[in-house]
Design a protein around this ligand. Structure first.
Ligand code: MTE
Ligand code: HPA
Ligand code: MOS
Length: 785
């Protein structure tokens, strides 16, 4: 029985629950292991005037303290642009930037040493917000542009024009396992790094560069992460580099782990954005022109900011055909920890802009936003080319909109909500149905490659290793399914090895939702080569020349752990027996597979091309209930349909869909990053930063997959699912906006992302909303009704 398409349980389903799964900090300390920590720079921007570490160094239990002067290789690094100093030299650019790294025998010595580090600084003026950065012209690089058509001419003839600004907040990754690395020094300058990373190859290279050794001297291993969500695509490197520096100096194993609060304070987040837009549209709400300036808050260094900005510009259309469009994007330089990848990678920010514009258009025309969405939807035969020139094939968006509209009873519920809002003095309800069209592939062509190593053992059991890292998303389970089916064996015969750079070299990060597409395809390639050789061996065994059955490997089939000739299927051999024979005959039982995504290409200069192999689509309709007195909001019902092609593993895909949706819902509702005037994160712990919890899950949550067998391009007709559903969380924000619009004030127009209870309340307070509240309270208190 093939395992593809089945609900095979997650690789770690049992071991996560029993506690058997090992996360890095569960690894018992090695003999002589040191604990590492940093001396953080105390200001968001300043000069380092004096650093006296003598008292800290003299403390018993302190093995070593290193500064920028002790870095044998490069202190300057960065995944795209080398503009990040690991350890402060003269000037620090964010609060918490490491000034020194301490290696101590235990946590107590580490804590005491941190306190004894005498550090004198001179403040420099900091920049924190996008507005400040714009005012002071603090940008990274040049503006990025994308356009199509004649936007100015289209505005000149537009029937209606609106202007607006949308402020979009960032998001803390809130992975349960903090950034962590363990460095183990080896012989002759070699180093083994255990890292909680989405990108072992980058950790390998960054560690080698900071140590000043060739790449082959460093091996990076990642068994699993306790969540990554993009936060460990580049920023797992710093803890690894710091642990490695201490390990190289002391010749002892070193463990570096951030506490939850320090991780929240000192590492990057989803980029906050600000969008300034102008949209032209006709009386039916069809968008004829749009001009958008996008600003992202990049933090103190480039990191992945340009790739994130680019993806936001490539997703600004979302599900809608924009004939005349002009987008300019800029990355702001601020004195915050460098912002980084986060599930959706800029896509959600770009998409929220167009979805907001659609709501505003509907408000002006006083028509249902869903009608505006459907009127602007990409078409099937026409209106099907994106603003960057990629043609949509197999476009399911029109069908998705209409199907969900009917399935969730949209129109009747909408009328009911209108009636409710006109009567209720205590609550407001709102509902919105929005879509996602998410481009699958790394926007940088080079990254769309993967290799895999498959080893078959003499009993027929198999180990597969790829560059894919397991962060909870189930990529290991999916890759096991691929290997099992390609070799026609049971999934219980396959194990996924911990990701390790000595088995798979030059790997891409597990990101862009492409982990299975890329690494699964590479594993399948390796399996096919092995199968070919085994077929030759099996053909010779199964041949019965006297009966006319010649040895022809083309007719050999592999299924259910058995190998047979399709012309005579009643006779078969066990897979393990074929393997033994192959071994006897000195036939290779290991193979390396390789895959590149075909066709993808995008020209950054012209902003044109087809960067994506395909799109993953979905729609969701969310309904919310708001307390008019407190602003408290709850999501009462969600209906969601995803098009993930032919799901590789419906159970895991469902988990990803719900998890992604809820994470997106958190971003646009309760999760708010609040900073103090020194740029210190005030919402820096689980008590002050509110991610959705179990009671925030909508009581009605209908999730299903669209049966889409037409998606032919990807692995077994499946589609990537990791990030796209997050975008559908935006429908919750749109539903809040819808509720506020029923007040008939300008409240809805003032709503920003996230719509926290506090902000919803602030929007409602205003002439009409406030008067209604006061009247109600007066009646309630004076008349008792
Ligand atoms: N799911 C879990 N449980 N934990 C995670 O950290 N990361 C998301 C998504 N789903 C994540 C997750 C992100 S940001 C991406 S890009 C994809 O998983 C990466 O994995 P994939 O390519 O195998 O889908
Ligand atoms: N998505 C996610 N991560 C990335 C990308 C991308 O397109 N490019 C570089 N890192
Ligand atoms: Mo995901 S943001 O591409 O790691």
């Amino acid at each position: 029985m093939p395992s593809i398409g089945k609900d095979i349980a997650h690789d770690s389903a049992v071991t996560h629950v029993t506690g058997e799964s090992v996360f890095l900090d569960d690894m018992p300390p090695l003999a002589g292991e040191l604990l590492a920590g940093i001396v953080p720079f105390p200001l968001a921007h300043g000069k380092l005037k004096r650093l006296d570490l003598s008292a800290a160094r003299a403390l018993p239990g302190v093995a070593a303290i290193l500064t920028a002067d002790d870095v044998p290789g490069h202190n300057l690094f960065g995944p795209a642009v080398k503009d990040e100093l690991l350890l402060v030299e003269d000037e620090a650019v964010f609060l918490g930037q490491p000034v020194a790294i301490i290696g101590a025998e235990n946590a107590d010595a580490l804590y005491q040493a941190r306190k004894l580090a005498a550090i004198e600084v001179e403040p420099l003026p900091p920049v924190f917000t996008i507005d400040q950065a714009i005012a002071e012209a603090q940008f990274f690089g040049n503006p990025r542009n994308m356009s199509r058509g004649d936007t100015d001419a289209a505005f000149a003839t537009a029937e209606n024009v609106i202007d607006g600004i949308l402020e979009i907040g960032g998001q803390e990754h809130f992975y349960l396992e903090s950034q962590i690395a363990i460095a183990i020094p080896g012989e002759q300058g070699q180093m083994t790094i255990h890292s909680s990373t989405q990108h072992p190859s980058e950790v390998q290279m960054m560690v080698a560069e900071v140590l000043g050794v060739p790449f082959n001297h460093v091996v990076c291993i990642c068994k699993r992460m306790g969540g990554g969500f993009g936060g460990k695509e580049t920023q797992a490197a710093q803890p690894a580099m710091m642990a490695a520096l201490l390990a190289a100096r002391t010749r002892r194993p070193v463990r570096f782990v951030y506490s939850k609060d320090d991780d929240m304070r000192f590492t990057g987040k989803r980029h906050p954005f600000k969008a300034v837009y102008r949209a032209g549209f006709n009386k039916d709400g069809i968008i004829t022109a749009i001009d958008v300036k996008l600003y992202s808050n990049g933090g103190c260094s480039t990191d992945l900011s340009f790739a994130v900005l680019e993806r936001s510009m490539l997703h600004l259309d979302n599900a809608y055909y924009l004939p005349n469009v002009r987008i300019e994007g800029r990355v702001c330089r601020t004195n915050l920890p460098s912002n980084t990848a986060f599930r959706g990678f800029g896509g959600p920010q770009g998409i929220s802009v167009i979805e907001n514009v659609i709501e505003e258009i509907a408000a002006v025309l006083k028509i249902d936003p869903l009608n505006v969405r459907q009127a602007n939807s990409y078409g099937i035969e026409s209106r099907n080319v994106t603003h960057y020139g990629q043609r949509l094939t197999n476009n399911v968006l029109p069908a998705l909109f209409q199907t969900l509209r009917e399935e969730c009873n949209y129109d009747a519920r909408k009328r009911e909500i209108d009636r409710f809002n006109s009567k209720s003095e205590t609550h407001l309800r709102g509902m919105a149905l929005s879509a996602v069209k998410f481009g699958i592939s790394f926007t940088r062509r080079t990254m769309n490659q993967a290799n895999a190593l498959v080893n078959v053992y003499q009993d027929g059991s198999v180990i597969v290793s790829t560059g894919a890292t397991e962060m909870g998303q189930g990529v290991f389970t999916r890759i096991k399914q691929v290997v099992a089916d390609e070799l026609g064996i049971l999934i219980t015969s396959v194990i996924t090895a911990p990701t390790s750079t000595d088995k798979n070299n030059n790997t891409s990060p597990t990101a862009a939702s492409a982990g299975t597409d890329l690494n699964g395809a590479a594993a399948a390639d390796a399996c096919r080569k092995i199968r070919q050789r085994l077929a030759t061996v099996a053909a010779a065994i199964l041949a019965r020349p006297a009966e006319g059955l010649t040895a022809e490997s083309d007719h050999i089939r592999f299924a259910d752990g058995l190998v047979f000739d399709e012309r005579s299927p009643e006779r078969f051999i066990a897979f393990g027996d074929v393997v033994c024979q192959a071994y006897e005959q000195r036939v290779s039982l290991g193979e390396r597979g390789f895959y590149i995504t075909p066709g993808v290409d995008f020209n950054r200069e012209t902003g044109k091309g087809s960067p994506f192999l395909y799109y993953t689509n979905g729609v969701a309709c969310s309904e919310v209930l708001i307390d008019r007195f407190t602003g408290e909001m709850s999501v009462t019902r969600v209906d969601l349909i995803m098009d993930v092609g032919k799901p590789l593993n419906p159970g895991i895909d469902r988990g990803q869909t719900i998890g992604g949706f809820v994470q997106g819902m958190g971003w646009v509702t309760g999760e708010e990053l609040v900073y103090g005037e020194k740029g210190q994160l005030l919402s820096n712990s689980p008590t002050t930063y509110k991610i959705p919890n179990i009671s925030d899950i909508p009581p009605v949550l209908n999730v299903r997959f669209l049966e889409n067998l037409d998606s032919k391009v990807s692995l077994y007709r499946s589609k990537a699912v990791g990030e796209p559903p997050l975008v559908l969380g935006i429908s919750v924000w749109l539903a809040v906006k819808d509720a506020l619009r029923s007040l008939g004030t300008d409240a809805a127009g003032r709503l920003s992302i996230p719509a926290t209870g506090e902000r919803i309340l602030a929007c409602m307070v205003g002439d009409y909303g406030e008067r209604r509240r006061v009247e109600f309270l007066a009646r309630y208190l004076l008349d008792g009704k």
